[in-house]
Design a protein around this ligand. Sequence first.
Ligand SMILES: [Zn+2]
Length: 119
Amino acid sequence: MAPRELHDEQSTEYGVRWILTETERESIASILDIDKSVLEGMEGNVMNRSRATCSGCGKRSGLDDMVHNANQLGVHDKQFMVDVLVNGPKALSPAHAMDCSECGGTFDGLFHWEGYWGN
Ligand SMILES: [Zn+2]
């Protein structure tokens, strides 16, 4: 399956900016029980690497997968995650493995949110 978004990321001096797609915005809003308008001002986040493509279902890794993983693991409550998405990361987090929010497969490699919004 081909990637759904061809231009879903861009290089910055800090890392690779994953441009938030409308699908991801809706998915995140659904996971966090918020209206997607809350995320209206969020256009992307800078990661340590390019997006990966799930070998199981072809989904492109995205911020929705990060939110899905954090929610599944219970590492942050929803209110905290909304705050991070709207106001930016509170602290740098270690690189971690990430599972696909659609099929549960694991993306190759480790992911790390660089902490820059990167315009
Ligand atoms: Zn998948």
